[in-house]
Design a protein around this ligand. Structure first.
Ligand code: FES
Ligand code: FE2
Length: 363
């Protein structure tokens, strides 16, 4: 039998080179589904919020027909930005010369445009980006030919609904902002393996998760974390195990490249949203939700506990790795690929690094 070929970790320049980061902004991050915001931010007709994806300014707005649309945040006249922050409007009015657009993006009017011979109002429209509402979470893809999210992440929409039966009623209660001094890929990789968990997360081996059952497997461009749970009676909040099928379960769905849905026992949804802010900086937003966004001591306490334990422990790991990637002594080592997968295997990193490599090399 021949020795299996070792798979080595991704070369350091993928995480440190500003040119690679620029290539990702123009390519990978502009051709994948990115989280924009939650539908509760655009509850009423004309509600809007501005956001950024892949270095581009955009905004989401709810139309008269109830549709949520995403547009590049730029006037088609002479390029002034259209909206800032959040708000509500009946029509979108450009602050520069007051060209006015319908909520569908169509140009409606502009001072003195009728004086211009051959000016075809109907031909001018804001540039729209692909948007999908995924269980109440709005995702946008700057690639107009992108396949729908259900193709990218097969089965995830339905699984999430089964794990969080009231997902349609949820609203964000809290966003915990976590700046990390590392490349976004370092943070995402750290999220996507549990080889480091036993020695770095003290509560991991003794907590709710049963480490020997932990596994991470690809599901399209999703990395699905599954595990059995134990000690549910030691949880810091009450769980009604009879409430529904998945009331006692833990799972997470990482959606390549910058978002993850995570469900704790008791159907408690929380999310990770990575924002790649530079070659060696990323901000992670931890989202916590309740029905209608109502106040909850349980959720607030969970958010604090999470920030003080897992999140805090991981920050030190990823920032040390980033310093290591800048160290000229680093030669990428072999990934620990256990044919049986499981908690102490890096098979998920192999998949992730393949996507990372393709995202840069295809350009
Ligand atoms: S740039 Fe918007 S109206 Fe002129
Ligand atoms: Fe961790």
């Amino acid at each position: 039998m021949s020795n299996p070929v070792l798979v080595h970790s991704l070369e350091a320049n993928y995480y440190t080179d500003p040119q690679i980061f620029q290539a990702e902004q123009a390519g990978l991050l502009a051709r994948t589904w990115q989280y924009a915001g939650h539908v509760s931010q655009v509850e009423n007709m004309g509600d809007y919020f501005a956001f950024q994806i892949a270095g581009q300014n955009l905004f989401c707005i709810r139309g008269r027909d109830g549709e949520v649309r995403a547009f590049f945040n730029v006037c088609q006249h002479r390029a002034h930005e259209l909206v800032k922050g959040v708000g509500n409007c009946k029509v979108v009015v450009c602050p520069y010369h007051a060209w006015t657009y319908e909520l569908t993006g169509q140009l409606r009017s502009g001072p003195n445009i009728k004086a211009v011979e051959g000016f075809e109002r109907a031909e001018i429209c804001l540039t729209e980006a692909r948007a999908e509402v995924f269980n109440g979470f709005i995702f946008v893809n700057l690639d107009e030919n992108a396949r729908p999210m259900d193709d990218w992440f097969p089965g995830v929409r339905e699984e999430l609904r089964a794990f969080v039966p009231n997902i349609d009623e949820l609203k964000p209660l809290e966003w915990v902002e976590v700046p990390e001094r590392c490349n976004w890929k370092v943070s995402v990789e750290n999220y996507s393996e549990c080889y480091h968990c036993a020695i770095n997360h003290v509560t991991f081996a003794t907590g709710v998760v049963k480490p020997e059952t932990y596994d991470i497997q690809p599901q399209g461009y999703c990395l699905r974390h599954t595990t059995e749970c134990q000690n549910l009676d030691a949880m810091s909040y009450p769980i009604d195990l009879e409430a529904n099928e998945h009331a006692g379960d833990y799972s997470s769905w990482y959606l390549w490249p910058l978002f993850s849905f995570q469900v704790y026992p008791g159907n408690v949804l929380n999310t990770y949203h990575w924002r790649a802010t530079g070659p060696d900086t990323v901000t992670v937003w931890r989202g916590w939700y309740t029905v209608g966004g109502t106040e909850s001591d349980v959720i607030r306490t969970l958010a604090i506990q999470d920030r003080q334990t897992t999140v805090e422990e991981d920050i030190h790991l990823v920032e040390s790795v980033q310093r290591g990637l800048d160290n000229r002594g680093y030669r990428p080592g072999p990934l620990v690929l256990d044919p049986k997968c499981g908690v102490n295997s890096e098979h998920s990193i192999r998949v992730l690094q393949q996507w990372m490599r393709e995202g840069v090399d295809e350009i």
